[in-house]
Write a protein that binds this ligand. Sequence first.
Ligand code: HEC
Length: 112
Amino acid sequence: MNVQIKILVLGIAAAFAFPAVAAEGNAQAGKQLYEVKGCYSCHGYVGQGGREGPRLTPVLPVEAFVAQLRSPRTIMPPYMESMVSDREAADMVAFLGSLPKPPDHKTIELLK
Ligand code: HEC
């Protein structure tokens, strides 16, 4: 295979690979966004919930997550598309979805 054909094949492969990644969101970017957009102030740094916001894990599906941002059910401030894009919301869903579940307290040796 010559170089041009190899590049073309890689380009086509990448075109197929990347939309899937984009749809899933980027957890690393989501972690930063979650802090930059101020979510942590009410929901805690790892979505564990705080005084003003409920626990966010296990995370909602992207559609429901975005719906809550655009028109919050009660007292959460709304985040319009200009403040948090759908893409950024998907990144935050990926971040929250990547967090490990806390262990059952019954499995903690000290507490047995
Ligand atoms: C001022 C505090 C505050 C901030 C800041 C905030 N939230 Fe909330 N959030 C809440 C409260 C309170 C609720 C409970 C429902 C409501 O009030 O609409 C909530 C609910 C949610 C829910 C629904 C949880 C569920 O299980 O139904 C999601 C998802 C959510 N917030 C995500 C976010 C994200 C992402 C951000 C940052 C872009 C954010 N919130 C910023 C207070 C906040």
